[in-house]
Design a binder for this molecule. Structure first.
Ligand code: CAA
Length: 389
């Protein structure tokens, strides 16, 4: 990894990066292939990561977190993702899609009850927006929440919930006033043992196989009315605000995967010989290495910029949607490019399960899809630039 001249890291930032690197390389990298193969959820290492403060890096210490900034989060997450993207997405969802939303929109009681167990690593959180018929057009969701006395009654089916099979708490978005479209969406905190909530089948996936994904089925699921997050009708804005933070996390996941694939490819290009010399000395390989490195460092700049924009927005207000979407778009397409080239440089060995390169290739693809596809990122960026819809 190259130190950026434009943004030298503080000692505190270097310390969290180096500690995360040691942990990731010693505890996660050695087990990543095994968990990828079995598809088992890596609960033991996730709990350890919680103990080290990685599940609530930006959460104030008062609520069990590490009380650091977004750059610290990005630096630690990159190291975890470089070792294993499955551990990385579990960390990213806990930090940004889950804790960030409750810290920003929750009441004092909600922060204590729902953030502290996640930030301390004792429990796992999840975010549930997508439905079988509503993905990119998130405002068209069909599930309904109706207030009856002191409870909301939730009905509907949610899909593609990261950590769905194992989470203890969910942030869930449902329609409270369907006629108002996006302005009729509300956000709720739901405990996994709420009556009427069941988890659907676990999704079999191409990559990030150790991260568990499932549907959630709400059948007259009853939750106390105090579990409304923010106000009724505020849910769509909460969902979008939280996704801006999430997209910085997924951009970082893509960066970590790309870094891992790049380092393997660079090493192989120097060591592997063909026609009497290292394959890296052929322009066909050398230029791939140059393009991979350049795109990785450009991704890093966009991600650090988005992280700083998020920190500034906390102080000054305003959105950082443009910065987050640009970082996610570029970093995820870079991860696809770099992992594709890394497999090619490794030839047959890149296709073999004996090396992690094929896993990096499979893991990279999802970063162009979840938390907003590349097409949605382009839509956010182009709308922001032109002010058109
Ligand atoms: N922050 C705050 N407010 C926002 C916002 C943001 N980033 N984006 C939009 N809004 C507000 C708008 O200002 C607008 O409010 P007003 O009406 O008061 O002006 C309101 O929300 C509606 O905005 P739009 O009209 O732009 O909404 P739209 O229907 O055109 O949708 C979209 C915009 C960008 C396409 C959005 O729907 C979107 O991001 N879709 C992708 C959803 C997505 O990323 N899904 C992934 C789910 S999570 C997942 O992958 C699984 C997992 O577990 C990891």
């Amino acid at each position: 990894m190259t130190e950026l001249a434009i943004y030298p890291l503080s000692n505190e930032h270097k310390m969290i990066r180096d500690a995360a690197r040691d942990f990731a390389q010693n505890e996660i990298a050695p087990i990543a292939a095994e968990f990828d193969e079995s598809g088992e959820f890596p609960l033991a290492t996730i709990r350890k990561m919680g103990g080290m403060g990685y599940m609530g890096i930006e959460v104030p210490e008062k609520y069990g977190g590490s009380g650091m900034d977004t750059l610290a989060y990005v630096l630690a997450l990159e190291e975890i993702c470089k070792a294993d993207a499955s551990h990385g997405v579990i960390m990213s969802v806990n930090n940004s899609l889950y804790c960030h939303g409750i810290m920003k929109f929750g009441t004092e009681e909600q922060k204590k009850k729902f953030v502290t167990p996640i930030a301390t690593g004792k429990a796992i959180g999840a975010y549930s927006l997508t439905e079988p018929q509503s993905g990119s057009d998130a405002g068209t969701m069909k599930s309904r929440a109706v207030l009856e006395g002191d409870n909301y009654i939730l009905n509907g089916r949610k899909s593609w919930v990261t950590s769905g099979p194992v989470a203890d708490y969910f942030v869930v978005f449902m329609m409270t006033s369907p006629d108002k479209k996006q302005k009729g969406v509300s956000a709720f905190m739901v405990e996994a043992n709420a009556p009427g909530l069941t988890r659907g089948k676990k999704e079999p996936k191409l990559g990030i196989r150790a991260s568990a994904t499932s549907e959630l089925i709400f059948d007259d699921c009853r939750i106390p009315k105090e579990n409304l997050l923010g106000r009724e009708g505020e849910g769509f804005k909460i969902a979008m605000t939280v996704l801006d933070a999430g997209r910085i996390g997924i951009a970082t996941q893509a960066l970590g995967i790309a870094e891992a694939a790049y380092e393997a490819a660079r090493q192989y290009s120097v060591e592997r010989e063909a026609f009497g010399k290292p394959i890296g000395s052929f322009q066909g390989t050398g230029f791939k290495i140059a393009d991979m490195k350049t795109r990785i460092e450009a991704s890093r700049l966009l991600i650090y910029n988005a992280a700083l924009a998020k920190t500034q927005s906390k102080e000054k207000g305003g959105r950082y949607s443009l910065e987050a979407s640009m970082a996610k778009l570029f970093a995820s397409e870079t991860a696809m490019y770099v992992t594709h080239q890394a497999v090619q440089i490794h030839g047959g060995m890149g296709y073999s399960k004996e090396l992690p390169v094929e896993r990096y290739f499979r893991d990279a693809k999802i970063t162009e899809i979840y938390e907003g596809t590349s097409e949605i990122q382009r839509l956010v960026i182009s709308r922001s630039e032109m002010g058109l819809k």
